[in-house]
Design a protein around this ligand. Structure first.
Ligand code: SAM
Length: 214
């Protein structure tokens, strides 16, 4: 029987702290959220390994380090309204829910959204709301957002997501071709938009109006 708490602690030490993740709140959230409950039972023994894992609909739950890196880049202070594109398993949404005030998450596959919603409810997360749809268009009804995270790769930064950023807001998005992307941090400052390259990643496709065509 695997000791999942110990596995999480080892993951935080060897995969996150060792690679430079240092925000104590991010490390605490990654120590707390039971990642193994977001994957199929048959894969639970691999949940804290240093790689992504398959979920249904040919999608993936991202590598723990990438989850931590993207989360840290958004610099949460606790009250933010955050939008996630690509709910997938719901794991990243749970990490965001530990750090922000409210989480709005969009998934294009209804089955994934349903399962993620159930796991998050069972774990007691009350500050996450999940919607099925094309997240490349954002969530205009509840904009603006203090933080936006896109967990799928796109050929360009979806403009609606930039438009839905609050002043002072931060958006992290993997931009590139289908084989690899750069994590781009977009910040809306009072004086305008800035973009910073945070390094290479490889994500499944963002499929939608402002992403890849199906
Ligand atoms: N954040 C997820 C997690 O913690 O498990 C991992 C996300 S997975 C790498 C990417 C997800 O984005 C997939 O579930 C995929 O179906 C979803 N996706 C792709 N294009 C989308 C779109 N336009 N709108 C919403 N979700 C989308």
């Amino acid at each position: 029987m695997i000791n999942f708490k110990k596995a999480r602690e080892r993951m935080v030490e060897t995969q996150l702290i060792a690679r430079g993740i240092s925000d104590p709140k991010v490390l605490e959230a990654m120590r707390k959220v039971p990642r193994h409950l977001f994957v199929d039972e048959a894969l639970q023994d691999q949940a804290y390994n240093d790689h992504p894992l398959p979920i249904s609909d040919k999608q993936t739950i991202s590598q723990p380090y990438v989850v931590a890196l993207m989360t840290e880049s958004l610099k949460f202070t606790g009250q933010e309204k955050v939008l996630e594109i690509g709910t997938g398993s719901g794991y990243q949404a749970a990490v965001l829910a530990e750090l922000a005030g409210r989480v709005f998450s969009i998934e294009r596959h209804p089955g994934l959204a349903l399962r993620a919603n159930q796991v998050l409810r069972d774990l007691g997360y009350r500050n996450v709301i999940i919607r099925v749809g094309d997240g490349s268009m954002g969530w205009p009804d509840d904009a603006p957002f203090d933080a936006v995270m896109v967990t799928a790769g796109t050929p360009e930064v979806p403009q609606p997501l930039v438009d839905q950023l609050a002043v002072g807001g931060r958006l992290i998005v993997p931009v590139g071709d289908r084989l690899g992307q750069d994590l781009v941090l977009v910040q809306r400052r009072p004086e305008g938009i800035t973009k910073t390259n945070m390094g290479g990643v490889r994500f499944v496709d963002l499929v939608g109006k402002w992403g890849w065509k199906e």
